[in-house]
Design a protein around this ligand. Structure first.
Ligand SMILES: [Zn+2]
Length: 360
């Protein structure tokens, strides 16, 4: 077995936030884990203070980073106040009071995202990073202390010539326990390293996220190449997970009948997908099935859209969470399935009109 020269990290959790050079009251996130954020995880796992980290950052920066956005997540804001009612200290020593004294800050997160990152470099360094992630001394978090990982961050090691080949060796990660079709391709952000004197490709992006120091924060630029990687056929995580059994909705249950009626009224009696008169109410999740359904668990649908959604779900072998016809990502497949059903039905009715033995 060759000595591993790369270590894989899985960055997945309800929220993550990979700060760009943020202003105090407006903290945004980059679209994917940054080198600064990932080396921060490594230093935290090694138990290095911000000051001590400065000694090893030079070496850690020699690791080449590539990140694959298996699920890019959705951007989400939260709203925070600082110093409410307590009087915020001003630069001149005064304290602000009243509403004007409250500082409003906004923080941005990626919600429900999953990234696969690989750090590739010298074997000895890689084994130290792997060992630290195996037994982290300090907490490991996804960009901000409030962003806890949902799965172990250390996702294995390996020996590869290039980061892209390393990433391709790992299957795409869907949501655990949720059957969904993998995308045809995913975005890969690969650190570009050229031999001395070589100019970076024209389409290389410059990311100011190679950490030189965490305290004070100092970052150097690095070149990042963006590409689309096809998802290889093969077992993805979702295919290896058994689909959850589907609880039956009890139509006689009074609470469920009430929830259905409430949703129908909420949708003004119209199909949430095509706005035809609704004939049924469909579960988009069975997590609260059996009478505890809320408005968000149900959608009013017409017969055609209901059949299209049900057929799609059947084909996907879905678990508790079903197709939500309101979500844009299902739009194309529902349209297509509706068309299929319509053409199939017109063919059927034509056949029925023909006498036995008669040919068209
Ligand atoms: Zn419809």
């Amino acid at each position: 077995m060759p000595t591993p020269n790369c270590v894989f990290l899985r960055l997945e959790g309800p929220l993550q936030s990979w700060g760009d050079p943020s202003r105090f009251n407006m903290r945004r996130t980059m679209e994917a884990p940054t080198k600064s954020g990932l080396l921060g995880i490594v230093c935290s796992a090694m138990g290095l203070s911000r000051a001590a980290a400065r000694e090893v950052l030079g070496e850690l920066n020699t690791l080449r980073l590539a990140v694959r956005a298996d699920r890019p997540g959705r951007r989400w804001w939260d709203y925070q106040t600082v110093g409410a009612g307590k009087g915020l200290l001003c630069a001149n020593g005064d304290r602000k009071t009243g509403a004007a004294g409250t500082l409003v800050t906004r923080r941005e997160y990626l919600s429900d995202a999953s990234f696969l990152a690989v750090l590739l470099g010298e074997e000895g360094l890689v084994s130290r990073v792997t060992a630290a992630l195996q037994r982290p001394r300090w907490a490991v978090y996804l960009g901000r202390k409030s962003c806890l990982p949902a799965v172990p961050v250390l996702a294995g090691e390996g020996t590869f010539d290039a980061p892209d080949a390393a990433l391709a060796s790992h299957p795409w990660a869907g949501r655990p326990g949720v059957a969904e079709k993998p995308p045809r391709s995913v975005t890969v952000l690969t650190e570009w390293r050229g031999a001395a004197g070589h100019a970076a490709p024209g389409d290389a992006e410059v990311w100011f996220d190679a950490p030189i120091s965490f305290d004070p924060p100092v970052h150097h630029p690095r070149f990042v190449l963006r590409s689309e990687a096809p998802i290889a056929e093969g077992p993805s995580r979702l295919e290896r997970m058994p689909a959850a059994s589907r609880p039956r909705a009890d139509y006689r249950d009074a609470a469920y009948r009430k929830a259905r009626a409430a949703r129908l009224q909420h949708d003004h009696g119209l199909c949430t997908f095509c706005k035809s008169p609704a004939t049924t109410v469909q579960h988009v999740t069975y997590r609260n099935a059996g009478g505890s359904e809320g408005l968000e668990d149900l959608r009013a649908l017409c017969r055609l859209c209901h059949d299209a959604v049900t057929m799609l779900e059947y084909g996907l072998g879905m678990g508790l969470d079903r197709i939500d016809p309101v979500e844009p990502r299902w739009r194309e497949s529902i349209m297509q399935k509706r068309d299929e059903i319509v053409s199939f039905r017109s063919l059927e009715s034509r056949r029925r009109r023909l006498a036995p033995g008669e040919v068209e």
